[in-house]
Design a protein around this ligand. Structure first.
Ligand code: F1P
Length: 345
């Protein structure tokens, strides 16, 4: 039946997160052992498509939380420009994310890393995949597998595994505790998101998704969801980068969604008000801090989480927005045209 799977997978996310937490806990000692044995100088997160988007948030969060140099690169860059990714003689850990564990570029990137003797950790929903079998250590999202082509609960549960990785490495209790609150908070947020996004941007000509720090990967994923599911023009930027040129595209018919950060709250609020003055419909997603005045849509989640943990709760908004816009355009969100659940070259 039309639309059923994607919607169900979006709604199921909180249970998927609880299962990911249990899976991580079971692997935590081994993960700590790998880090201890390797003592990596750097962590490189990689993947393709949505798995690359989540790598962006993962790298930003990991470096801040764990205090270890981290970055994200698409798996294809490792194939084509491995010399620009790996520094000869260095000791990185490559964290490879993939729902299927069979995407061609991802597996080839893994081969490149292994040939260079680089240690690897995989995060996947497919226990018996070549990726899971080919890395030094694998952590599974046990309920992340999807029937739809687009990634929703797989995305958020794999992202949660990366945040647990960061919290575990950092050793502090606060992020660990916050991440464990997410399954309960997620249930409420999914309902809020579904109600909010039904008609939002139904007539929009374009969507702009803005996120800084850990929210940048979320903005990138929102762009991906909107383009693949609903085939609507969408861009993603770091919020203040948007002033440096792309702001020229703003006019009535532009919907701008801010995935707000506490760290950038003041500057993001100023930008939001400017964009609304230029004719955009502005949607602000944030926590309990003081937001911009008089925005079209202002959602204060009131969950009192750090920027890193709160990112997960922004995803249902991005996903349901794309889902509703796909339905509105008469498209099947489960099966975007030209796309399969696994890209094989
Ligand atoms: C990731 C991916 C998805 C995309 C499509 C094709 O694959 O690129 O992001 O939406 O479904 O596959 P994976 O390596 O995570 O399985």
């Amino acid at each position: 039946m039309l639309e059923v799977r994607t919607l169900q997978e979006i709604v199921e996310q909180p249970e998927t997160w609880a299962a990911a937490i249990r899976s991580f806990d079971a692997a935590a000692a081994e993960v700590a052992g790998l880090f201890q044995e390797l003592s990596p100088e750097e962590v490189i997160f990689t993947g393709c498509g949505s798995s690359y988007s989540l790598s962006m948030t993962a790298a930003t969060a990991f470096q801040k939380v764990a205090g270890l140099r981290s970055r994200a690169v698409p798996a294809s860059e490792i194939l084509q420009f491995s010399g620009s990714v790996f520094v000869p003689g260095s000791r990185p850990l490559l964290v490879v994310s993939s729902r299927s564990g069979t995407t061609t570029e991802t597996l080839r990137a893994l081969e490149v890393a292994r040939r260079r003797g680089i240690a690897t950790l995989s995060l996947t929903c497919a226990r018996r995949s070549p990726l899971a079998r080919g890395t030094d250590l694998c952590i599974i999202s046990p309920k992340g597998h999807e029937e739809s082509v687009v990634m929703t609960k797989s995305f958020s549960s794999l992202l949660l595994l990366t945040l647990l990785l960061a919290a575990n490495h950092a050793g502090g209790v606060s992020l660990r505790r916050d991440l464990r609150r997410l399954p309960a908070l997620g249930k409420r947020v999914v309902k809020v998101a579904l109600n909010l996004t039904g008609d939002l941007g139904a007539d929009a000509a374009r969507f702009v998704f803005l996120g800084a720090g850990p929210a940048h990967g979320i903005a990138w994923e929102a762009m991906l969801k909107m383009t693949e599911m609903a085939q609507r023009p969408a861009v993603a930027y770091h919020p203040l980068e948007f002033r440096h040129g792309p702001i020229a595209m703003v006019e009535p018919g532009t919907v701008v969604v801010f995935f707000g950060t506490r760290a950038g709250a003041r500057l993001e609020a100023d930008l939001a008000m400017d964009l609304q003055r230029h004719g955009a419909t502005v949607v602000s997603l944030r926590d309990e801090w003081q937001g911009a005045e008089g925005l079209d849509v202002d959602v204060a989640l009131g969950v009192r989480l750090d920027d890193e943990a709160r990112c997960l709760l922004y995803l249902p908004f991005a996903q349901t927005l794309a889902y509703h816009r796909a339905l509105g355009a008469g498209l099947d969100p489960d099966r975007p045209r030209h796309l399969r659940s696994v890209v094989r070259l």
